[in-house]
Design a binder for this molecule. Sequence first.
Ligand SMILES: [Zn+2]
Length: 165
Amino acid sequence: MEHLYAPWRETYFKNKPDGCVFCHISTSPEEDKKLGVLYRDAHCFVVMNRFPYTPGHIMVIPHQHTDRLEALSAEVWQHMAVRVQQGAALLKTVLHAPALNLGMNIGAEAGAGIAEHLHYHILPRWFRDTNFITTIGGARVYSNDFEALYEKLLEHAPEFFGATV
Ligand SMILES: [Zn+2]
């Protein structure tokens, strides 16, 4: 497997807030740029994954802190589903990703890194990228700079999600 080069990880761990990381992002809109948030509204937010399986990996996350999909109201879940569509379009258009992986890992046994708070993954994929299972099973090398990717996606995010409210 490839070597890991992800310099933001150590910083992230050193600065990890107490409690749920996703609740911290949810309640800290003033830190959106620092935390890699691309969009937020009353039900959910869209954020870059600082532990990306592939460069440009984003997540759609409800503000509601729950590990149970069935705990989300139909309104919130359907709202998130629309954001997933928009996020998929964002990655395909702006990053020219020809393919995507979409999905949720619900529960630690399913591979969820932050199991206590649901999050929906959108991963851009390119030809000769490793397959999804291989990717989640080990570390990957990324030369893309997180901040550069964030700025590029943030610039175009309103075209796909609308304005942050
Ligand atoms: Zn939470």
